[in-house]
Design a protein around this ligand. Structure first.
Ligand code: SAH
Length: 232
């Protein structure tokens, strides 16, 4: 079995195809790295085994898709580190009946992972180009339970609210109020929060009958949540 890796350039020197043994070993190393960083839930690992991160990274960086690092995806944005995708998915305590709202589609990789576990995923990005590319990939992969939208996600998606789960994959100064308002009672929101580019914490918010419970999970580093729609 051989594999072709996608290239947005189309003119770059073609990578030699990997044989089945190399592929299996690469997958094993990828999953091992995830486990060693604390991604231990079977359904999350299974989802990450099924969805090929290589498809969500284009051009020069595709070769590094199976390493545990964030990578550039265009529009000055990044695809998150796989272990962070796994840990955020785990922190959501996602079930098969849940409807999830994701702010920050980026490459679409996180949404694709969520789509393997949840009932439906709505994902929004302020860059139309990223949304278009991610949407094409979801169609190609037959991920029919993902709905993509271009726009400013900091206001959420009032038409479809409330949501069982909300995941924000860009850093906000505070958990955005409109998003908290669109979370169901019993719902969970995971959001990186920080005043600067360098110091951010991943926060889990649980909405209960009596209010909001905040829990600090780990230090993270995300691109900022920016208000308004981008020009491309
Ligand atoms: N989840 C992505 C990585 C996201 S990078 C993945 O799996 O690849 C963060 C993304 O958040 C960027 O694509 C950026 O354009 C988007 N973003 C930032 N501010 C936003 C806003 N207000 N509304 C929607 N998307 C936003």
């Amino acid at each position: 079995m051989t594999e072709r890796r996608p290239s947005s350039q189309g003119d770059a020197t073609p990578l030699p195809p990997l044989n089945a043994e190399d592929l299996a070993e690469r997958k094993m190393r990828f999953l091992f790295a995830l486990r060693s960083k604390g991604v231990i839930e079977a359904k999350v690992l299974e989802a990450m085994e099924r969805v090929d991160r290589g498809l969500f990274v284009k051009g020069l960086f595709a070769e590094r898709a199976y390493e545990d690092m964030p990578l550039p995806i265009g529009c000055g944005q990044t695809i998150s580190q796989p272990s962070v995708v796994g840990l955020m998915t785990q922190a959501l305590e996602l079930g098969p009946r849940d409807t999830v709202l994701e702010i920050g589609t980026g490459s679409g990789y996180q949404a694709a992972i969520l789509s393997q576990i949840a009932r439906r995923v709505y994902t929004i990005d302020r860059h139309r180009r990223l949304v278009r590319d991610a949407d094409a990939l979801f169609r190609a992969l037959n991920l029919t339970n993902i709905v993509t939208l271009a726009g400013d996600g900091s206001h959420g998606l009032p038409d479809q609210a409330p949501f069982d789960r909300i995941i924000v994959t860009a850093a906000a100064e505070d958990p955005p109020g409109p998003l908290l308002a669109q979370l169901k009672i019993g719902g969970i929101m995971v959001v990186p929060v920080g005043q600067s580019d360098t110091v951010q914490s991943l926060i889990r918010v649980r909405k209960t009958q009596s209010g909001l419970d905040y829990e600090e999970l780990r230090p993270v580093r995300f691109v900022p949540l920016v208000e308004g729609t981008a020009t491309e």
